[in-house]
Design a protein around this ligand. Structure first.
Ligand SMILES: [Zn+2]
Length: 491
């Protein structure tokens, strides 16, 4: 069933070197022949990012995609006609305004000009509904891959998900099979994906990887929006299916290793790192003679002019968006007021209906709302940092232990005991879905990370829900925001 040129692991043999977290591993050819002409090797170089989250601009811990492209050209020798394949593990968008305000269009524009060949479908690809994903898929010059999404109750892949593709690079036909996260039904808006099943990775791969081999692949890669623990759990399956490369995403990890004959790679997030996988294939036999994986920082590159120009266009568009009016206030709301704290934290619960409680620090709220028109720029001025929302699970007693005098809340109050919004007491042993910022989560003094080590970073900037909420209220001079404000202190 597999073509004659199919790459095999047979020539690799030996003991694998395993290194994880900004490491690389390589395996030398062990062909056993010490005489005769040197075999001709074809190579394939994969440059890989995941969880880009629309971080198109330089700053906040990333050099951005323009400098990454420059780095690929200068340090990695990338050229369009070379043996390169640029791939993504998904979650392309949802992040800063330059991405979110254009529902991913700007990110796809940048990825098009960078020459991406495929992306896995991340959970955030659904953040602007399935129609939003369809729009991005038709804009993209690359397919959105997932072999494990089915129309609910059927075995049919939906139109927006391509299970696999074959890409021809340097004479090597590369099979690329996608995997979406099985957590998607609760890591995007659940109603957006209620018509779909996200079936097991193993079942999907056992169905589609043989199809990709039959379609003429010489070497097989699985492009996954899956975490490192899920990748290692899948190793026996991908080995059985002769997959050479398994990529990951979603958990924002950095992994560059070869394990059990499979190259594993995860490139961090926000274009701050990238993964590199090198594959050598013996031309005549199709055997894999080289398999290397590493993850590298995006630093030291000079901006690629083509990518930089596209980013600049979207920076201008985002600057114009800042002036868009999203609401109207008759009377100003000062910073430090319960009305402001309640508006902001309530908007987080509005944006994430699965969350019970929102907790943030008053220090992240920098100014009040002036009277008159409220623009997107006004909201970004109130909440100016590039913090993202983190969702974690805490018991009632852990919530109480994480409270500090600087914390402001939604979904609960502490004025007359620890109460839910409906006045019933918080239960010490009940588990609550809690939203906070990645900033507070990173501070040990708040104990959030102590109580939930595996919190989920939504990638959503902390001002976005307020922009969305104000837009939904659609206030105006005739029906001002003042009528919707909650002035009752919660702390
Ligand atoms: Zn994700």
């Amino acid at each position: 069933m597999k073509t004659y040129f199919k790459a095999t692991r047979a020539s690799l043999g030996g003991t694998w070197t395993v290194m994880v977290l900004v490491a690389s591993a390589s395996v030398a050819c062990d062909s056993g022949s010490s005489s005769g002409p040197e075999p001709t090797e074809r190579t394939l170089t994969v440059l890989y990012t995941n969880d880009e989250h629309g971080w198109l601009e330089e700053g906040s811990g990333t050099d951005g995609p323009a400098k990454l492209m420059g780095l690929w050209r200068n340090a990695e020798g990338y050229r369009e006609s070379g043996d390169f394949l640029i791939l993504s593990g998904g979650d392309n968008w949802t992040g800063p305004a330059i991405s979110t305000w254009f529902q991913g269009e700007s990110t796809v524009d940048v990825m098009n000009v960078m020459g991406y060949s495929a992306t896995a479908i991340g959970n955030h690809e659904f953040d602007f509904t399935v129609d939003g994903l369809r729009a991005r898929a038709s804009q993209a010059t690359f397919p959105f891959l997932a072999a494990n999404i089915r129309l609910k109750g059927t075995n049919t892949s939906p139109d927006f998900a391509t299970p696999y593709v074959i890409r021809n690079v340097n004479g090597i036909r590369v099979g690329l099979v996608g995997l979406a996260s099985q957590s998607t039904p609760w890591t995007t808006f659940p109603t957006f994906v209620e018509d779909y099943d996200f079936i097991s990775y193993q079942a999907a791969l056992e169905e589609y990887v043989p199809q990709a081999w039959n379609a003429g692949a010489d070497v097989m890669m699985v492009l996954g929006h899956i975490c490192y623990d899920e990748m290692t759990a899948l190793l026996p399956t991908v080995r059985n299916l002769d997959v050479s490369v398994l990529t990951g995403g979603h958990c924002n990890e950095t992994v560059g290793t070869v394990q059990d004959g499979v190259a594993l790679v995860v490139g961090g997030w926000q274009f701050a790192h990238y993964g590199k996988v090198t594959i050598g294939i013996e031309d005549e036999t199709g055997e894999i003679t080289r398999l290397q994986s590493s993850v590298r920082p995006n630093s030291g590159g000079s901006p690629d002019p083509g990518v930089q120009a596209v980013v600049a266009t979207w920076q201008d568009a985002a600057a114009q968006e800042l002036s868009e009016v999203v609401g109207y206030l008759e009377n100003s709301v000062p910073n430090g007021s319960p009305a402001l704290y309640n508006l902001i934290t309530d908007s987080w619960l509005y944006a994430d209906p699965t969350a019970d409680i929102a907790m943030t620090n008053s220090g992240g709220i920098r100014q009040g709302l002036p009277e008159g028109d409220i623009t997107k720029g006004t909201v970004v001025g109130v909440l100016p940092f590039l913090n993202t929302l983190v969702r974690l699970e805490l018991t009632g007693s852990e919530v109480i232990d994480c409270l500090r005098s600087s914390i402001v809340v939604a979904g609960m109050s502490t004025v007359a005991g620890y109460l839910h919004s409906d006045g019933t007491p918080l239960k010490a042993d009940s588990v609550y879905n809690v939203l906070t910022t990645d900033y507070l989560y990173s501070l040990g003094s708040y104990n959030f990370s102590l109580y939930d080590e595996t919190a989920y970073n939504t990638g959503i900037t902390y001002y976005q829900p307020t922009v969305t909420y104000l837009g939904a209220l659609a206030t105006s001079a005739a029906d001002p925001l003042d009528r919707y404000l909650d002035h009752v202190p919660r702390r």
